[in-house]
Design a protein around this ligand. Sequence first.
Ligand SMILES: Nc1ncnc2c1ncn2[C@@H]1O[C@H](COP(=O)(O)OP(=O)(O)OP(=O)(O)O)[C@@H](O)[C@H]1O
Ligand SMILES: [Mg+2]
Length: 346
Amino acid sequence: MAKGLDVGTMNLISAQQDGNDTVFVQQRNSFVEIEYSDMAERMLSRSDVLHIRKDEDVYVLGDDALNFANIFNQETRRPMSQGILSSDEQSAIPMMKLIIEQVVGSPDHPNEKLYFSSPADPIDSDLSTLYHQKTIQSFLNDMGYDAEPINEGMAVIYSDLADNNFTGLGISFGAGMTNVCLSYYAVPVMKFSVARGGDWIDEQASTATGKPVDKVTSIKEGDFELDFETDVGGVEGALSIYYENLLDYVIGKIQEEVDEEDIEEGLDVPVVVTGGTSSPKGFKKLFEQHLEDASIPFSISEVQHADEPMYSVARGSLVAARSEEEETGHSGSEEAEEEEEVEADD
Ligand SMILES: Nc1ncnc2c1ncn2[C@@H]1O[C@H](COP(=O)(O)OP(=O)(O)OP(=O)(O)O)[C@@H](O)[C@H]1O
Ligand SMILES: [Mg+2]
């Protein structure tokens, strides 16, 4: 067996194979700190709420954090910002460790292969992904996995461009970042990220309209559509404006980053757009329209929108882990059996 893990600014999602199906487990990458009380105790004991107690405080993690935050009138906190561990959040590492443990579970056998997504270094900020990547890798290894990072854009290619010989442009529009990767027969020829995504859209639209960010996010994730007829002056109008701005920004950066010397003459490839931020109806059409106005030094055969935009990166990470396992010809289970034998001898 092998596993994939999408380590995202907003969502942590694992993928594993069960027969012909891929099974995903998902949690919000978020937590809330509440004071311990009888009411908290009752709420926590009622269900399988992911939490830990530390003296007089309780931390509720993952999907339930938001409910508890509303009830106890607290703000949720996020361990990651702009694609990597947040330096402003003291509790980032222990909190993420707990959520990840819940999402991936224990390895099926020692040194089970696991690929986790990691962003490319952003070209528009000083942030470095190295510390983030090494930290996540070390706690997955401590759990007993053989963990390797996979570039987030490359994971999109593995997930959604298998039918095209893993050739094309993959773009993951996430919460903290947008990751771009151009791959030619499974070899990345260009990869980069920009430190803008859904969070950036929310913050800009919130500043423009004076509405709280959480309110803007819930409108955006509700029935908001990019239909070009949205109300000018309202939150939806502001969201549309910043969506268009993000697309122009990303397409502009692709133009800048492509090195024509790396591009085969006559290259004609599909583009896959995915990630939570690509969810609203009309996104693909808007992307196509903005792409038409750009001058990219290779031709685009078509724009595809991933079937399940939230799951592309986790699925692609799983594809990479499984193919690595096949290539090396052992799943680690032999080692596991040997270890068991040694233990039995003792
Ligand atoms: N239905 C929806 N409509 C619009 N936006 C959505 C929808 N569902 C989720 N989103 C947005 O998608 C983003 C989360 O997407 P995703 O899970 O791909 O990001 P992530 O992988 O956690 O972040 P990153 O890759 O940047 O680290 C958030 O900004 C969220 O508000
Ligand atoms: Mg992501």
